[in-house]
Design a protein around this ligand. Structure first.
Ligand code: C5P
Length: 406
C-alpha cells in the first residue's frame, strides 16, 4: 500500500520519541521513503544519528545549516511528502499547529504541507485531558488533520491513563488505511445518494417512546462507502449513539420519528439518483402522544397503535426511470419468501436480506451476513463480513445495475 510513498516524519520532544525509530523501520519495510524532521527538543530524546541511519537521509532541524548556510526549504519538503506524520506530537507542538505558529522547521513544514497531515499525540494524562489540548485537537481536526488517538496505560510520569502514543505498528496501519481509502476510485462522482439509517422513536408521552435495537451502523457504513466513491450523500438518521460522519460529502439530517423520516426522505428523493432504505423504521406509532406523563395505576393499560407510513413504499411510488431504490429486510421466518414480497410491494430494484437466524447478522454488531434478492428473481449470497465490507458489496451491486442500464 505505501510502496514508493514519501513520508515526512516530524518528531517532537517527548519520551515516546524512541518509538519513532521503530516507526521508520516499519515504514521502510513496507517500501515507503522517510525523511525526518525534528524539533530542537526532540534531539534530547533520540539522536539525529540514529534517525539519519535508519531513514538514510540527513535529519532536518534548523531552517539552515550554520556550517555552510544551506537552506532547508520547508515548502519543497511539504511538496515532496505524500503524508506528513508528526509522531510523537507534544501538547506544545499541537498548540502551535492549532494557532499557526511557525517558530521551527517542523511547524513551517506543517503550514506549507499540501499532503495529508497525521498527528500521534503523546503526553501525560492531565495534559491530554486539559480543555486547552482538547480544543487544539478539535481545531486541528476541523482543519483536516487526522488524529491518531493515544492509548491508555502506564505513562512515563508513572501515572496511568490516556496519553500513550499509539504503537508504531498501528500508526503504520492507520496510514495504510488512509492510502487505501484515498486511492479508491471515484465511481459515484456526481451521484446523489439518499440513505435512511437507525431506528425511529415513536412518542408515547413526553418521557417514553417505542423503539427497536437498530444501532445505525449499517446505514452509516453505507454512507461512508458511497461518499468515499465520490457520491454526495444525504444520511437521514434516527437517533443513534454513533459519532456524526466526518466526511464532508455526507450531509447528516437527524430525525426522531417515522413521520419526520418520511418527510425528510420524500424531500431528498426528488434530487436523488439512489435511495437506500436501511432504517429500521417503527411499524407502529401511538394513535396519539399523550401531552403529560402517563401515571402508573394499579390496573392494566392499553396503548392503541396505528401503522406508520412505509417510507420505502412511498419512495417506490415516486420512483422515476434512472432512480434506484434499495430496501432492507430483517426476517425471522420464511426469510426469502417474505423478503421477495417486499421487492414488488415497495417497487425496489433489490432488497438486502439479513436474517436474525444468522449468527453475527442484523442489529447492533459490527458484522452482517446478507443475501441480495433482485426484482427479476436473481439471488446473491455473501459471507459474514464487517459492515464496512458489506457496504462495499451493496454499493458494488448498485453500480452494476447502473452500468447494465446505461
Ligand atoms: O416491511 P418491512 O418493514 O420489513 O420492510 C423493511 C424495509 O422497508 C426497509 O428497507 C425499511 O427501511 C423500509 N421501511 C420503511 N418505512 C417503514 C417500514 C419499513 O421505509 N415504515
Amino acid at each position: 500500500m505505501l510502496k514508493g510513498k514519501h513520508i515526512l516524519l516530524g518528531i517532537t520532544g517527548s519520551i515516546a520519541a524512541y518509538k519513532a525509530a521503530v516507526l521508520v523501520r516499519l515504514l521502510s519495510k513496507v517500501g515507503a521513503e522517510v525523511k525526518v524532521l525534528m524539533t530542537p527538543m526532540a534531539k534530547q530524546f533520540i539522536t539525529p544519528l540514529t534517525m539519519a541511519t535508519l531513514s538514510k537521509h540527513s535529519i532536518l532541524v534548523d531552517f539552515y545549516n550554520p556550517e555552510n548556510g544551506d537552506w532547508n526549504n520547508h515548502v519543497s519538503l511539504g511538496e515532496w511528502a505524500d503524508y506528513y506524520l508528526i509522531a510523537p506530537a507534544t501538547a506544545n507542538t499541537l498548540a502551535k499547529m492549532a494557532v499557526g505558529a511557525a517558530d521551527n522547521l517542523l511547524l513551517t513544514s506543517y503550514l506549507s504541507a499540501r499532503c495529508s497531515v497525521i498527528v500521534a499525540p503523546a503526553m501525560d494524562v492531565a495534559m491530554f485531558k486539559h480543555p486547552a489540548t482538547q480544543a487544539n485537537l478539535e481545531m486541528l481536526r476541523n482543519n483536516g488533520v487526522s488524529i491518531i488517538q493515544p492509548g491508555s496505560g502506564e505513562l512515563a510520569s508513572g501515572l496511568e491513563g490516556e496519553g500513550r502514543m499509539e504503537e508504531p505498528e498501528n500508526i503504520v496501519g492507520f496510514i495504510e488505511k488512509m492510502e487505501e481509502l484515498s486511492s479508491k476510485k471515484k465511481t459515484l462522482a456526481g451521484i446523489k445518494v439518499l440513505i435512511t439509517a437507525g431506528p425511529t422513536y415513536e412518542a408515547i408521552d413526553p418521557v417514553r417512546f417505542i423503539c427497536n435495537y437498530s444501532s445505525g451502523k449499517m446505514g452509516y457504513a453505507l454512507a461512508e462507502e458511497a461518499a468515499l466513491r465520490g457520491a454526495e450523500v444525504t444520511l437521514i438518521s434516527g437517533p443513534t449513539h454513533l459519532p456524526s460522519p466526518k466526511n464532508s460529502h455526507i450531509k447528516l439530517v437527524p430525525v426522531t420519528s417515522a413521520a419526520e423520516m418520511l418527510q425528510a426522505s420524500e424531500r431528498a428523493f426528488d434530487n436523488a439518483d439512489i435511495a437506500i432504505c436501511c432504517a429500521a423504521v417503527a411499524d407502529f406509532t401511538p394513535v396519539e402522544a399523550v401531552g403529560e406523563k402517563i401515571k402508573r395505576e394499579n390496573s392494566e393499560f392499553q396503548l392503541l397503535l396505528k401503522p406508520t407510513s412505509d417510507i420505502a413504499a412511498a419512495l417506490g411510488k415516486k420512483k422515476k426511470t434512472g432512480q434506484y431504490l434499495i430496501g432492507f429486510a430483517l426476517e425471522t421466518e420464511d426469510e426469502i419468501a417474505n423478503a421477495k414480497k417486499k421487492i414488488h410491494k415497495k417497487n425496489l430494484d433489490f432488497i438486502v436480506l439479513n436474517s436474525l437466524n444468522d449468527k453475527g447478522a442484523g442489529f447492533g454488531g459490527d458484522t452482517n451476513k446478507i443475501t441480495l434478492l433482485y426484482n427479476d428473481g436473481q439471488q446473491m449470497n455473501f459471507e459474514l463480513k464487517l459492515k464496512s465490507e458489506v457496504a462495499g458489496d451493496i454499493i458494488n451491486a448498485i453500480e452494476c445495475l447502473m452500468i447494465n442500464k446505461k
